[in-house]
Design a protein around this ligand. Structure first.
Ligand code: SAM
Length: 286
């Protein structure tokens, strides 16, 4: 369905979106993906992998701020963070804003995503790869976790959808490995698709993750290019109080951290854990 001027996303059978391609900037096969980068007048530069929109210049801040600042401000004393995926570098940009962190490891399967995004999306990483606390590992996230003997306070899975190379990052083995690599009060978060479109994937996560952590829940944010409603982010931890922090606590932590954001606010953080009834039911019946 691709033609010269339109890019049709092929993620959800029977329903989709298209972008006008003002200019195709790059389209090649990398080791893992068919990677496309093009210019669109509404969203700026857009990157797609295997026909699924990954990131755009204009709305990436919603996703990256929520998947970073919600777990890091909930944890409050995190020193070590592990990012799985996230080759575009924007998750790293948000994570390095937390000055109290001492070590940040990012594990990305495809080095070409990292280098192409540094060329075409320089504001995504905004120099974060040069932060001395950052170690970039080029590897499959599942293989890394299986061999990892280190523990992290927060693990962020900034992965593609559960098809192709990203599928293992939704597996029971991956969740078991992440649990082993979390500190006792550690928090795991992951992009988990749009519940209205991908409810089974959300239920799979609950079924698999609930074997390993006391709590598996979700928080949400509406990201315009992830179509079909709000996106869900998986939240798994043994500390069941940490998603029920008061607004005053979150505000105090946010102010102390001195982080500037465009989307995240402490009030949104708190509200993001409130889920629609059909999603709550899906979690409970998983
Ligand atoms: N959704 C994000 C956004 O809004 O900007 C972007 C997602 S990020 C581009 C997803 C990354 O996960 C890609 O760079 C992809 O190469 C990486 N990835 C997929 N499967 C992986 C795996 N098994 N191990 C490590 N990285 C993986």
């Amino acid at each position: 369905m691709q033609d010269k001027t339109l890019y049709f996303e092929t993620l959800h059978p029977g329903y989709g979106q298209y972008f006008e391609i003002d200019k195709m900037l790059y389209e090649q096969q990398t080791d893992s993906w068919t990677l496309s980068i093009f210019e669109n007048r509404r969203f700026g530069r857009v990157m797609a992998l295997n026909g699924a929109i990954q990131t755009t210049e204009r709305d990436e801040f919603v996703y990256h701020e929520m998947l970073t600042h919600v777990p890091l401000l909930a944890h409050a004393s995190a020193k070590k963070v592990l990012i799985i995926g996230g080759g575009d570098g924007a998750m790293l940009r948000e994570v390095v804003k937390h000055r109290a962190l001492e070590r940040i490891v990012m594990v990305e399967i495809d080095p070409q995503v990292v280098s192409l995004c540094q060329t075409w999306f320089p504001n995504h990483s905004a120099g974060a790869f040069d932060d001395p606390r950052v170690e970039l590992v080029i590897a499959d996230g599942m293989a890394f976790i299986a061999n990892c003997s280190e523990q992290f306070d927060v693990i962020i899975s900034d992965c593609t959808d559960p098809v192709g190379p990203g599928e293992v990052l939704f597996s029971s083995d991956f969740y078991a490995g992440c649990k082993r690599c979390l500190t006792q009060d550690g928090i795991f978060v992951a992009q988990n698709g749009v519940p209205f479109m991908q409810l089974e994937s959300l239920q799979d996560t609950v079924r698999r993750m609930s074997s390993y952590t006391r709590e598996c829940w979700f928080f949400t944010a509406a990201v315009p290019t992830y179509i079909g409603g709000s996106m869900a982010f998986a939240w798994a931890t043994d500390d069941i109080e940490v998603r029920r922090l008061s607004l005053a606590t979150l505000e105090a932590r946010f102010n102390e951290a001195g982080i500037s954001t465009r989307y995240y606010t402490p009030a949104l953080h708190q509200a993001s854990f409130a889920l629609p009834h059909y999603v709550e039911q899906a979690i409970r019946s998983a």
